[in-house]
Design a protein around this ligand. Sequence first.
Ligand code: PMP
Length: 284
Amino acid sequence: MARIAYVDGQYGPIDRPAIGIEDRGFQFADGVYEVWSVKDGEFLDHPGHMARLKRSLAELRIPMPMSEAALDVALRETLRRNRLMNALVYLQVTRGVAKRDHAFPAKPVKPTMVITARPASFSAVQARAETGIAVITRPDERWKRCDIKSISLLPNVLAKQAAREAGAFEAWLINEAGEVTEGSSSNAWIVTGEGVLVTRKADEAILNGITRQRVIRLAAALGIPFEERPFSLEEALSAREAFVSSASSMVMPVVRIDDRAVANGAPGSLATALREAYLSGADG
Ligand code: PMP
């Protein structure tokens, strides 16, 4: 079956030409995006993703392309037309099409909005979680507003490619202070030798993951001690556990960092407990 995409009010085959050459997303990466995991037809953490979309748009002064209710219909309709129950749903919104000029168009233009969906295999993600993933480390070369979910992802793309070429699943980004900020497309976590769960606070250096926020609530519900603070690569290398969180991986144990085993090199028990709590739909 041909994949169907939503583009500016119309549903059609994903490979049809649909975006204007002067779209500011194409010309300047002037836009934002969101990603939802859909499990058994349910958009996971839906209100959180919607709230972050609105925040990212507001930070860039791009208007919401339609009401939240209408957007919800378009998201679900895209899923339905692709006949998917388990999927990743992507939404991109750009400032729209305008004669090329770095500054915003003088006369406001209609934002461009695209929705696509693709099948997600929860069993493949589960199998990966049972062995755990390797991460490599790369310098964090991104801009200073990583809290905005911008489509400008070049440093993330290069870091992920380096991970792939090294046979790893993710790249952890290291800032000039030697701290792990986050992954190229996930948030980074460790569990210290004392059993304290640690992740960086959601400042402008990282994207405040919707999964991250859920894991924080789940940890509180499970009574896991938690500290929101930066951690260094050295601390991660001597941690009891490490993991990443994202909408597509949920909670994913990290068992190697730059070819060094994390603890005994097997997925940690807290990461596994948090993953199970997440998957069970437990609401922290
Ligand atoms: N950080 C970055 C840079 C990301 O791209 C993502 C994935 N969108 C995340 C963190 C995790 O965010 P979420 O849990 O909302 O998927």
